[in-house]
Design a protein around this ligand. Structure first.
Ligand SMILES: Cc1ncc(COP(=O)(O)O)c(C=O)c1O
Length: 449
């Protein structure tokens, strides 16, 4: 990566919660498979038959990975977690008068579809930003059977806190609701088990994204109960039907009826290879390694003056947290810290509210009046007013040396030792005065001037 001052360094990627690079094996299989790729399901050619087999084999790998019993549940290939959650919400919206219970911790993908389609009840969290089981139970009780679904993230993309998904599932089932787990952040790090339907802690819906688990080729997964889908599917088109006459439509069986249009075969195959590779590497071993790095990072951050970690540094156990830290530097804009980390140290992080505004407002201890004031500023076009934090999120390919370099960088920045000058744009982001070093896009080699 080019740095301020002209030097070049090997970059450090601490932005894995946003997206991950492909595993080498995933990339190699995708490259080889590209020569054999063709349309799936209806083609009789050799490549079509081979592609269909690979696509369905990936579905089986996903089912095996999550412990799905395909009699009760179905594995549907979708674009990603956002797509999966919106599809659940579209079906939920048809259940008149029923509501979805969400927590204040949710990513906007696990909040807005419910808010704007089916209606929701939002429950609060503990002060430090942990799931509050009592509050969830109370809300379920008060709703008197009106809540049909509890929507919860498996792990937060802001604090890395891991949710007690099976305990929440038990509560949901006790009060006649189902549970939907947004596993975008959990699936790359933890072995998730949906468990059999007669287990009170079983998971009804699981959504995940391939690009967050080393298969960034545009496919994700929705696991859902087979009996959930009734009436016409939300997305309609080719492949989803048994027969269409001049005035009648007969929908196909699952999963086809929920996969209208030409599916992303390469993405699904990439996801299957990634899952199989992670299983071979061993989730427990990877998590142990990641958490050792995570602890080093959290403890290191807590020792730097003017730095505070959102939600605190505890717990840092496998059951409690991912190797992820959201943090603020007192008196310094989060965008400034992130830009200096990139421009002066070659370290990639993310900053802002991480598509989880209510949770970040909670963690920053903002009152309703504070938030109203910010909303007013943003409505007036002044996005600079948006508060936020910096997030460093680790993966098993990161190293201790990288964590130490990151801590050194944050310590320098927090002491005000910033070499370049930066300017804040109207959208709140910071760029070096004079602009970022030019980045050669791979398209430059293709596009003729
Ligand atoms: C917790 C959580 N849920 C949902 C999403 C949305 O995932 P995607 O953008 O892959 O649809 C994200 C993405 O950052 C996330 O972190």
């Amino acid at each position: 990566m080019p740095l301020f001052g002209g030097a070049t360094v090997t970059g450090i990627n601490f932005d894995n919660a946003a997206s991950t690079p492909p595993l080498t094996r995933v990339r190699d299989v995708v490259n080889r498979f590209s020569d054999l790729y063709s349309s799936v399901h209806r083609g009789t050619g050799y490549k079509s038959r081979l592609s269909t087999e690979a696509y369905e084999q990936s579905r089986d790998l996903v089912a095996k990975f999550l412990g799905v019993d395909e009699k009760d549940q179905v594995v549907i290939f979708v674009k990603g977690t956002t797509d999966a959650l919106n599809r659940i919400a579209a079906e939920e919206a048809r259940l008149d008068g029923r509501q979805v219970l969400v927590t204040e911790m949710e990513h906007h993908a696990d909040l807005l579809p419910w808010r704007h389609r089916s209606g929701h009840v939002m429950v609060g969290l503990s002060d430090e930003g942990h799931i509050d089981l009592d509050a969830i139970e109370q809300a379920l009780k008060e709703a008197g059977g009106k809540i049909s679904l509890v929507a919860l993230c498996g792990a937060s993309n802001v604090t890395g806190f891991v949710s007690p998904i099976h305990e929440v599932a038990e509560l949901a089932h006790r009060y006649g609701a189902r549970i939907s787990v947004d596993a975008a952040q959990l699936a790359p790090h933890h072995r998730i088990e949906v468990r059999p339907a007669d287990d009170p802690g079983h998971l009804d819906f699981v959504s995940l994204s391939g690009h967050k688990m080393y298969a960034p080729y545009g496919a994700g997964v929705l696991v859902a109960p087979r009996d959930f889908f009734a009436g016409a599917p939300e997305v309609m088109g080719g492949g989803a039907i048994s027969i269409v006459t001049w005035d009648d439509t007969v929908w196909a069986d699952l999963p086809d009826r929920e996969e209208a249009g030409s599916p992303n075969v390469i993405g699904a195959v990439a996801l299957g290879v990634a899952i199989e590779t992670l299983r071979e590497l061993g989730f427990d071993e990877m998590l142990d390694y990641e958490l050792a790095l995570g602890r080093r990072m959290l403890e290191g951050l807590s020792r730097i003056e003017r730095v505070s970690v959102l939600g605190g540094v505890e717990p840092c156990t496998a059951a409690g947290r991912l190797a992820l830290a959201g943090f603020v530097v007192d008196g310094m804009h989060h965008g400034m810290v992130a830009s200096a980390l990139s421009h002066e140290w070659g370290i990639a992080v993310r900053h802002g509210c991480f598509c989880a505004n209510p949770y970040v407002f909670h963690l920053l201890h903002m009152s309703r009046d504070d938030v109203d004031a910010v909303e007013g500023e943003v409505n007036a076009g002044r996005r600079k007013a948006l508060p936020g934090a910096v997030r460093a999120s680790l993966a098993p390919y990161n190293t201790e040396a990288e964590v130490d370099r990151f801590l050194e960088a944050v310590a320098h920045i927090a002491r005000g030792r910033i070499k370049a000058s930066y300017e804040q744009a109207a959208d709140g982001t910071f760029a070096p005065s004079g602009g970022w070093p030019r980045i050669p896009s791979p398209l430059h080699a293709v596009v003729k001037r």
